[in-house]
Design a protein around this ligand. Structure first.
Ligand code: IPD
Ligand code: CA
Ligand code: CA
Length: 307
């Protein structure tokens, strides 16, 4: 169904939602018109993420692959999972706004709340049956991230966070690692698809390699951020992210006690493509390494044979 057509049913009024027949534990003030608490948002995000995860698993043996642009893959599963998420959340919160990777851009009547959705983060992994992909759903209130859920359907792992309430994995509180020395750090980075050897982000990656214990490339920004929150990874950076790749994960990391900034250490902005997330103890050192690329770039160029 077309998202804009669905919006014809949007009603006005802030913080009102329609109850769904779900076995959740949120407080109901009066039937049909309730004051929303953050846990209602969280419950809804978890229900939607799990439903989308089911869709991804159902499609896993029958999808076809298309390229949105060179090496940028999409399948029917991406689209079907997003439709499932949108239907569940929009039914409950018809006046909210939505931003999703698969051409989902809806201006809700209230203007206060916006859901940011990646129905399948790690599409290339999904296509190759490499089990490191997830559903990512975040909610902003007046531009501030207040709820984040990342669901890994291959492990049935629900990573969740609410502003000021901490981060959790399947209900267990999460805490970032205590890593404080870059040399001991298990890091992960994203590189643009089809990146060439002399691109700044490749140079950054090469620059960081000898400084860290390891620098991985895993293919799912949202799961990387969840793993930092869980203390499994110590840092992640990328200069090519979209809001749906990082919104939920950024909240998870900060709620688990970590830090999220741009790569140069300046304040994070979900609308910009630049992110450095870490457990905290190595953050400034890593930001210095990542921003010290100009000298490295020149030294690489000096060593390249003249063409
Ligand atoms: C991608 C993944 C990948 C990151 C890319 C994203 P998608 O998302 O998060 O790790 O490096 O920048 O576009 O396309 O699989 O949803
Ligand atoms: Ca993504
Ligand atoms: Ca995606």
């Amino acid at each position: 169904m077309h998202y804009l057509r669905m919006l014809t049913a949007v009603g006005r009024g802030s913080c009102r939602f329609r109850p769904l027949p779900l076995s959740s534990d949120f407080a109901i003030n009066e039937p049909g018109a309730m004051t929303v608490s953050e846990s209602v948002f969280l419950t809804t995000a978890i229900v939607a993420a799990r439903a989308a995860g089911d869709v991804l698993l159902e499609w896993s043996k029958k999808f076809t692959v298309s390229e949105k642009s060179r090496k940028n893959l999409v399948t029917e599963a991406d689209v079907a999972a997003q439709e499932t998420i949108f239907r569940i959340i929009h039914d409950r919160f018809p006046d909210h706004s939505f931003l999703g990777e698969e051409d989902l851009a809806v201006e809700g009547a209230s203007g206060e709340f916006r859901w940011i959705i990646d129905p399948l983060d790690g599409t290339a992994n999904y296509v190759h049956q490499f089990p490191y992909f997830c559903v990512s759903i975040a909610l902003e209130q007046n531009g501030e991230l207040i709820t984040g859920v990342i669901f890994d359907p291959t492990r049935s792992d629900v990573f969740s966070a609410e502003k000021g309430q901490g981060a959790f994995l399947n209900g267990e509180r999460l805490q970032v690692s205590r890593c404080s020395v870059l040399n001991d750090a298990m890091c992960v980075a994203s590189l643009p698809v089809g990146a060439k050897g002399d691109e700044p982000q490749v140079v950054q990656f090469i620059n960081a390699l000898p400084k860290c214990r390891s620098v991985q490339r895993t293919g799912s920004a949202a799961l990387n951020l969840s793993y930092i929150a869980a203390g499994r990874l110590d840092a992640y950076w990328s200069g090519t992210l979209k809001p749906w790749d990082m919104a939920a994960g950024a909240l998870l990391v900060t709620e688990a006690g970590g830090r999220v900034t741009k790569m140069d250490g300046s304040p994070f902005d979900v609308q910009q493509s630049d992110l450095l997330a870490s457990c905290g103890g190595i953050h400034d050192d890593l930001a210095r390494v990542l921003t010290d690329t100009s000298k490295w770039e020149l030294s690489i160029k000096r060593e390249l044979p003249a063409s």
